[in-house]
Ligand binder design. Structure first.
Ligand SMILES: [Zn+2]
Length: 181
């Protein structure tokens, strides 16, 4: 499988399985590599070091995933032409959001900050604002609501692509959690 290195603002990133014969990409880009490079150009420079290897293939079965062992982002080879990935590769930016969260422990710290002593669950206005960042994916808690980290990953990708999709208060919150503020 074609393995390449992309250098983004001086940071070298490894990509496996890119632009294999018959590779699926959005029509607005000449290659999967170009589509990845377009997304990486949107990532704040201080976050580039958090990005693990990017593997394109059959895992996960659709969309993308952030894996810890070994650390990598998986992109399903068909996701490049998904409607939400045609303008920018939103799925990659979402997974990079998980990588940034992992490095900064952003959501864990925020969750603890929003949990009153004696309570088992976070609460309060900031937490409600955070949980209102819509996530339609499959990573869910036992009660069916999104896993806590998903609002950050989604908010991060929205912030970098079309910030007006979330409120200015949510933009500010994501920027603070991502240490961009
Ligand atoms: Zn996610």
């Amino acid at each position: 499988m074609p393995d390449i290195e992309i250098v983004e603002r001086g940071v070298t990133l490894a990509v496996r399985g890119v632009d294999e014969p018959g590779a699926i990409r959005a029509a607005s880009f000449p290659s999967q590599q170009a589509q990845i490079e377009d997304a990486l150009a949107l990532v704040p420079v201080q976050h580039l070091g958090a990005i693990p290897e990017i593997w394109i293939g059959n895992r996960p079965a659709s969309g993308g995933g952030f894996y810890r062992n070994p650390p990598h982002i998986g992109l399903n080879r068909r996701t490049f032409d998904a409607e939400h990935n045609r303008r920018h590769l939103f799925t990659l930016l979402h997974e990079i959001g998980h990588a940034v969260d992992r490095q900064l422990h952003a959501v864990t710290q925020f969750q603890h900050r929003c949990t009153a002593s004696g309570d088992s669950e976070p609460s309060g206005a900031e937490w409600t604002l955070y949980r209102a960042i819509a996530y339609g994916g499959r990573n869910r808690r036992a009660d069916g609501t999104p896993a806590y980290g998903e609002h950050f990953a989604e908010g991060y990708a929205i912030l970098l692509t079309r910030p007006s999709r979330i409120t200015t208060a949510q933009q500010r919150l994501i920027r603070t959690l991502a240490r961009l503020a």
